[in-house]
Write a protein that binds this ligand. Structure first.
Ligand SMILES: [Zn+2]
Length: 543
């Protein structure tokens, strides 16, 4: 028997009380695009999957879904025409109880587009032209805001949904006080009379070899065999008890801008409607996405929604050889059907299903290394870090066709760094600098995330220092070999959405927005993109 389906939430078990998450009662009313964006993230996290949990939609269930730009997350070949159709699909794919009855004892979110009246919700999520705000009370505007469509709509809706879901976690008190970065089960055996080095030679298991430690009195060893995730009942993993934070109380005047443009209020506390004018879409783009996991899964389709599909080339680069079951709580380009398939081609196939054949999409299963940067740069790096040979980096047995990746680098006009390691970010940054292309850097782990534009004379080295920029540590969603990382949909969705938004703003040459932002448990802060204070004058690494 396998327990694979249960491990969908494995990566978030140390962050939230999963049983409490599954028992949350949430109701969503108002704007259908925002309801759907939020529903996708609630589903990823497993809200409403328990017998006591539910998600209520305050829309007549026979209403048409229409052209909903977020329903693709529920990849289905079944009929999905009305909100009612979604109940069947959500039950089958995520075991979620979706209903349309009036909510009782639920936390209610009202989604508004512009200046609409509403009365009695626990949270208000409001979106208009280029801005998205989460608040405890309905917003008041000095003049009616512009609600015309813009290239940022899809990104801002996902970012606002992420902030909403994160606040719903906090309000419902399901967030753990101190996170566990991973959990696993081991089989332990006691051996008398054998020292640890002898014991590991003597014993093995159907799950592989053992580690051993000396018994306290020195009389023998304790052997430990790690049980693979797919053989572990998830109830055992959920059995660790540690406390949650107290449910969060928000003051009536609490509000937060979740997008790149700062919110301006007048003395009466009214939102000053901005004069911002954004295009509906940009005309063309040559996008390189490095990493199609948690961040790339969101950033890529959200970027695509803001571009004319006729003139869009996308190169998706990921070295991961397979989608894992525990990626599915946040990597929305993949479903249970893609488990076991390499990520880059799976992502390309899915994007074609969503957007049709017009964008030109290339999947590249490769890892960006220093050989892809210019030879002069490779020499410079090896000068200081000479102990790393090319063969060690590449793996001598790997014979990879580099042509597609080299070509993608040469042709890109913007790059998204959706990576799990700093070294590859730095390599991409080198490529971006030599091609004079902006890099939108993103990173996320647990409930923390950052997004920033690296452009205009700032590189990874003068931003983070040489040691940090060239560190070889890989944090990963994989089980072995690297430091595992706790991840949840709210963080990847917000960071990915902001990467898409900043990329679109950069290509459209729009000014006045934040170039760097951070996400800390759903609180969004400005994060100026500057050099380390002790780096003066010209930075030798990128000039
Ligand atoms: Zn620099």
């Amino acid at each position: 028997m396998t327990y694979s389906e249960e491990h969908r939430y494995h990566r978030q078990l140390g962050l939230v009380d999963q049983t409490a998450v599954s028992s949350m009662k949430i109701s969503l009313g108002g704007d259908p695009q925002l309801i759907m964006a939020t529903l996708t993230q609630l589903a990823c996290a497993g809200v409403g999957t328990g017998p006591k949990g539910s998600i209520s939609i305050c829309i007549p269930q026979k209403n048409k879904l229409g052209n909903n730009r977020h329903s693709w997350v529920f990849a289905t070949s079944d009929k999905l025409e009305t909100w009612d159709d979604l109940t069947v699909i959500l039950k089958e794919s995520h075991n979620i109880n979706l209903n349309f009855s009036s909510p009782t004892k639920s936390t209610h979110v009202e989604f508004l587009r512009g200046d609409n009246f509403d009365d009695d919700a626990d949270l208000y999520a409001t979106i208009w032209h280029g801005q998205a705000v989460l608040s405890k009370s309905p917003l008041k505007f000095n003049t009616p805001p512009n609600v015309s469509p813009s290239m940022l709509d899809a990104s801002l809706e996902v970012a606002l949904a992420a902030a909403t879901v994160q606040r719903l976690f906090a309000i419902n008190g399901v967030i753990k006080e101190n996170m566990l970065s991973d959990t696993w089960v081991t089989l332990t055996g006691r051996v008398d009379g054998l020292m640890p080095d002898e014991a590991v030679k003597e014993y093995s298991s159907i799950h592989g070899g053992a580690t051993a430690t000396l018994l306290p009195d020195g009389s023998g060893s304790l052997l430990r065999f790690r049980i693979p995730l797919e053989s572990t009942p998830s109830e055992l993993l959920k059995g660790i008890i540690h406390s949650c934070k107290m449910p969060e109380m928000l003051s009536n005047d609490w509000l937060m801008e979740v997008g790149p443009f700062p919110l301006k209020l007048n003395e009466q506390g009214e939102v000053i409607s901005s004069k911002l004018e954004l295009p509906r879409q940009i005309d063309s783009a040559n996008l390189l996405v490095l990493g199609t996991g948690g961040l790339g899964s969101w950033a890529t389709p959200l970027f695509v929604s803001g571009v004319n599909l006729e003139n869009l080339n996308i190169s998706l680069v990921d070295a991961d050889s397979s989608v894992d079951i525990h990626n599915l709580n946040r990597q929305v380009l993949y479903t249970i059907k893609e488990v076991g398939i390499p990520k880059a081609p799976a992502a390309a196939k899915r994007l074609r299903e969503i957007f049709g054949e017009r964008p030109n999409i290339t999947a590249i299963q490769n890892r960006l290394e220093q050989r892809h940067a210019t030879p002069a740069i490779a020499v410079e790096i090896l000068g200081d870090y000479g102990s790393i040979s090319l063969d060690e980096l590449v793996g001598i047995e790997d014979v990879i066709d580099d042509e597609p990746l080299n070509e993608a680098i040469e042709n890109m006009d913007i790059a998204l760094a959706c990576l799990d390691n700093q070294f590859a970010r730095t390599m991409l940054n080198k490529c971006c600098i030599s091609n004079e292309v902006p890099m939108i850097n993103g990173g996320g782990e647990a409930f923390s995330g950052v997004v920033e534009v690296l452009n205009n004379g700032i590189c990874m080295t003068c931003r983070y220092g040489k040691d940090a920029a060239y560190t070889q540590e890989v944090i990963s969603c994989q089980e072995t070999g690297t430091r595992p990382v706790a991840s949840i949909v709210t963080t990847t969705a917000w960071v990915g959405a902001m990467q898409a938004a900043l990329a679109l703003l950069n290509l459209a040459e729009i000014k006045g927005h934040r170039e760097g932002m951070s996400w800390d448990c759903g609180m969004i802060h400005n994060r100026p993109v500057g050099r380390l204070p002790w780096i003066e004058g010209e930075c030798s690494c990128h000039i």
